[in-house]
Each structure stands twice: as C-alpha cells, then as structure tokens.
Design a protein around this ligand. Sequence first.
Ligand code: FES
Length: 118
Amino acid sequence: MNACNDWLKVCSLASLGKNALEPKEINGIPVLVINGDERRLVIPRSCPHMSASLVDGVFDGHVLTCTKHLWQWSIDGGGTEMGIGEAPLLCYETREENGDLYCRVTEELRYEHEDEDF
Ligand code: FES
C-alpha cells in the first residue's frame, strides 16, 4: 500500500471482483472491502449485531446480508440498515482516484459488543 498524506492505497478498482467482499489489512487493521455495483465501502469485518464475520456475508451488488441473523444493509446508501437490521455499518473514509481505491484509517472502527463469534 502506498501512503499519500494519510490516505493509503487499498487496491486497484480493476482488481476487485464483481460484487466482491474482500478482506484486506490496512495499517495492520483488518477491514472488508465491498465492491458494489454503484459504490465501494471499506468497513470492519464484523457484524454490528453480534460480531459474526461479514466476510462470509451474502452480497448482490447493492444489499449486504449477514448470514447469522439476516441483518441487511444498503451499500448504495453507505451502509444504512435495511429489513430487520437495527444498526448501520461503520465505514472508513474512502476515495477513488486514477482507478485506485484509497482509504483513511487512523484508528480501528469497532462496534461496542465485539466479544463473540469473530
Ligand atoms: S451477527 Fe450478524 S445479524 Fe446477527
């Protein structure tokens, strides 16, 4: 990853698979890159509900579903909760430039209950 001020290059956009959920590490912090049809997000890997791994979630390009209790989020909407979901996804700040995805990770984003199943 290349530093550009405090922005770090995560990967090239072309390297991301369609509708991919790709685990990466940025500054030693585990993150999940979501490659949506309309938008890309970089989030913590754990679910905001009970910390199941979202690496194993189901993603159709627009909606991410945690397979443990079926909470859902709109990726087009920036991680807002949908359906029975009760909390939004935490998202790292990202930008895209010259075909690359950059992320600003100054500290690890955590949900308050990171204590099980991850
Ligand atoms: S742990 Fe993800 S919905 Fe419950």
